[in-house]
Design a protein around this ligand. Structure first.
Ligand SMILES: Cc1cc2nc3c(=O)[nH]c(=O)nc-3n(C[C@H](O)[C@H](O)[C@H](O)COP(=O)(O)OP(=O)(O)OC[C@H]3O[C@@H](n4cnc5c(N)ncnc54)[C@H](O)[C@@H]3O)c2cc1C
Length: 404
């Protein structure tokens, strides 16, 4: 199908990885994103990338954007540091022993890990796609049509293509229609995220912890404080000027993302609508009985940067045979963030589906087989990660079991 046209619903990390892959392969596509702009709402700060995310980015990005990605990624040691509530170092856990792995190694060297800034990564993945990403388009439903699929948007507009990809996140409208039996459940956890200038953190926490992927401490309630640094090897807007002129990149300073979380019952139940400074205060109070350092670290954060997340997780399920509508990322296998794997797996899906669609572009008879093989692999590693994230989540933060 040399004129293959792919409709991608959702411009998150998974959908954009697929878009970059199709762009490089010369396959026609359009991306439809609900938000009005890439910076509409807080989506988190630091992301841990393992080889799934790193290799997917390397595979789909142009040489200039790949250089920009490498230049703005902080390489970390492969450890999570476990701290006491007084923020002293208790032990380090090697990433390979903790998450069961199953990542996508493409070389024989030791596994790589990076901490990246989510907004910077998203800007890199958006670069060059400006004409093809349509913001402010909310998918309502799709319908099968002769030789293709029609997407219907909330504003009454439609788009036609041969294949439709639901990359529309945890509350996916595409999943609801394609596989209503596949659902998500409350993991039982509330979390408040914020960001703290790096100098404020290094004055409080042993600075070697900031070379690791993540540092975490928790108490007998399993209420936890987690910290992950982002230290840019080159400041992103400077890196863009040098390595990928024409790419628009916001200025960013080094920081530490912090998260205070635990079971819903340890947080006030009137947090709906609370933002910024009010959430910062709640986060500090929730760990207020710990030795001083932890709460003062939260108080050192930027008050406007705090936001709240109620964690949900997918429940592993099976998909009927694909036709010309498929899913990727959180739309099908959302997981709690205990392994720092959700974005990695979404990006791996994007790269893998890009490979499958290249086969379809070369030979339209491959459509059913190529999508079936993509879904078989994606469900296998995706749900393995969901189960492992839930297992670790139960151990570390009293997450509901997937069967609750
Ligand atoms: C605070 C936080 C920290 C995290 N840390 C990590 C980490 O360190 N490492 C890691 O690997 N993962 C992490 N994750 C998980 C990771 O963010 C997700 O797994 C990842 O973003 C999934 O990517 P996605 O493209 O599938 O979905 P999303 O990034 O959710 O993108 C989906 C997109 O679809 C759009 N959309 C939704 N509905 C519609 C519609 N009807 N029509 C059109 N568009 C629609 C949304 O606006 C959104 O832009 C974290 C998550 C959170 C919340």
């Amino acid at each position: 199908m040399s004129n293959l046209k792919v409709l991608i619903i959702g411009a998150g990390l998974g959908g954009l990885t697929l878009a970059q892959s199709l762009r490089r392969a010369g396959i026609d596509f359009a991306v439809f994103e609900r938000d009005r702009s890439p910076f509409d709402r807080p989506q988190g700060y630091r992301l841990h990338l393992d080889e799934d995310g790193i290799n997917s980015a390397r595979e789909v990005l142009s040489p200039e954007l790949r250089a920009l990605f490498e230049a703005t990624s902080q390489r970390t040691e492969p450890f999570t540091t476990i701290l006491g509530t007084d923020l002293s170092i208790l032990k380090q856990i090697h990433a390979d022993t903790q998450d069961g792995r199953g990542v996508w190694p493409t070389h024989d060297g030791p596994p790589e890990h990076a901490n990246v800034d989510r907004a910077t990564l998203r800007q890199i993945l958006l670069a060059g796609l400006e004409e093809r990403v349509h913001f402010g388009k909310v998918l309502d439903r799709y319908e099968q049509a002769d030789h293709g699929v029609v997407a219907h948007f909330a504003d009454g507009s439609i788009a036609k293509g041969h294949v439709l990809v639901g990359a529309d996140g945890i509350r996916s409208a595409v999943r609801r229609q394609r596989e209503p039996g596949c659902d998500t459940v409350d993991a039982g956890i509330t979390a408040i995220y914020g960001r703290v200038p790096i100098e404020a953190v290094t004055a409080i926490v042993p600075k070697e912890t900031l070379n690791d992927i993540f540092a975490i401490t928790s108490d007998e309630r399993k209420v936890f404080l987690g910290m992950g640094s982002v230290r840019f090897p080159i400041e992103p807007s400077t890196a863009a000027r040098k390595l990928a002129p024409g790419t628009s990149m916001r200025r960013q300073d080094d920081y530490v993302a912090c998260i205070v979380g635990g079971r819903h019952e340890f947080f006030p139940n009137n947090l709906h609508g609370a933002e910024g400074e009010a959430l910062q205060r709640v986060a500090a109070e929730t760990i207020g009985a710990w030795p001083d350092g932890a709460a003062s670290l939260v108080r050192a954060g930027d008050p406007s940067a705090f936001f709240r997340v109620e964690m949900y997780t997918s429940v592993p399920c099976s998909l009927d045979e694909p036709t010309n509508v498929t899913l990727l990322g959180d739309a099908i296998h959302a997981m709690t963030p205990t392994l720092g794997r959700g974005a990695n797996v979404a990006m791996r899906d994007g790269a893998l589906l890009g490979r499958a669609l290249k086969k379809v572009a070369a030979d339209e008879a491959m459509l059913a087989d190529a999508l079936a093989e993509y879904e078989r692999q994606m469900l296998d590693y995706g749900f393995a990660a969901v189960r492992e994230a839930a297992r670790i989540g139960q151990e570390r933060m009293a997450q509901n079991s997937l069967r609750d």
